[in-house]
Design a protein around this ligand. Sequence first.
Ligand SMILES: Cc1cc2nc3c(=O)[nH]c(=O)nc-3n(C[C@H](O)[C@H](O)[C@H](O)COP(=O)(O)OP(=O)(O)OC[C@H]3O[C@@H](n4cnc5c(N)ncnc54)[C@H](O)[C@@H]3O)c2cc1C
Length: 407
Amino acid sequence: MTTADARCDVLVVGSGGAGMSAAIAAREAGASVIVITKSALGASNTGRAQGGIQAAIGADDTTEDHFEDTLSAGHDDGDPALVRTLVEGGPDAIAWLASIGVPFTHDDGDLRVIRCGGARRPRLLQAGERTGAEMVQALRAAVRASGAEVRESTSLEALEPAGDGWRALTRAKDGSSTPITASAVVLAAGGGLGGEAARIGEKSTNHPDATPEVLEMALALGAEGRDLDSWQRHPTGAIWPAGLAGYALPETTRSYGATLHDAAGERFVDELAPRDVVADAIIRVVEEGRGAAAPDGTMGAWLDTTAIDRDNGPGFTAERLAYVHNRYLKQGVDITKERVLVYPVLHYRNGGLVIDESGRTTLARLYAAGEITGGVHGTNRLMGNSLLDTVVFGRIAGSAAAREALA
Ligand SMILES: Cc1cc2nc3c(=O)[nH]c(=O)nc-3n(C[C@H](O)[C@H](O)[C@H](O)COP(=O)(O)OP(=O)(O)OC[C@H]3O[C@@H](n4cnc5c(N)ncnc54)[C@H](O)[C@@H]3O)c2cc1C
């Protein structure tokens, strides 16, 4: 059944960090907004993020350092103007998230910042150890309070130019189809790497809704893309016990002192190097026959998580890494007493749609934000920069789309 066209100033596709930030910003700018999302509001990769969000707020940190770390980790392939926008928007994004209720972790009254791979300074902020879930909870409440209309279990099936704006064909899970006309559209449907992983028969860390059809639709309409085949593997995907296969142990395990070893017990990489360096080193160790075998024959390397409590004192893992600790305990493994086996797992699409500093794609009145875009991370993303990307560029794209729709 097809119902009559719905109308709005700004249509937002997707409700991860980028979509929800865009919807809130577009409402603040006075636009009428409809958000469509594949399943429940906030069900997304954003909600899975454990490690944290980067922003240059530490006493000895600067946005210039964050800029240089981001560009060099991305092999200087990033768009410097977008990287500049990202890092300079960092401190304000954190203040905004705190203002809508994200409970960032403090130590002795100051925001806790820790150093993660590829960063020269402690720069990673956390809300407990489920930063993404805390962000989603706060953003979801803010979207509901904003007056945006939310259509859950509703997917974008097709998009076509209509007059000065766009006509979107959407399908709900009950099979009904509703066209929506909008003066401007913000695409925030993520990178779709879960879909790519399924296609090539690999495991991924991604949410089941992470499929690439919206990115593909925009490209088919003529939007320019960049670095589309640049995928990032998370270095420390669990390979054993089998029940955890594909789960990514957060980067913070290495920030807190976990070390990587080959089968002979030798360390083989700086654990706080950028992600692709660490992932490549693990792959090389296995290819060279120095890998360690899981009981089912899967090859990987040892991540010595027992080093964390040795370095920081007993109880540290249980307190700071309770989520990963408990996930392993449920599978019968105590990571404070046993090291674990890991191998890189598909995680993130570095590239995507070309945007400018306002979140505009190369097509009129079509904006994009978050993992669906390219240029912000070059060809290798720094850990913690993606959550920041969703908030900084989500808010920018939402308000720019609203301004254009209302002009
Ligand atoms: C396990 C895991 C851990 C991570 N940890 C971190 C971390 O610690 N720090 C960090 O910075 N980054 C981390 N990341 C990366 C980061 O979480 C994501 O890149 C980021 O959240 C992407 O946000 P997004 O809003 O662009 O897209 P997503 O959060 O992926 O949201 C996409 C949305 O689009 C919707 N959608 C998709 N297709 C359609 C369609 N056809 N119609 C309608 N809606 C659609 C989906 O339902 C979803 O709501 C992690 C990722 C994973 C998977």
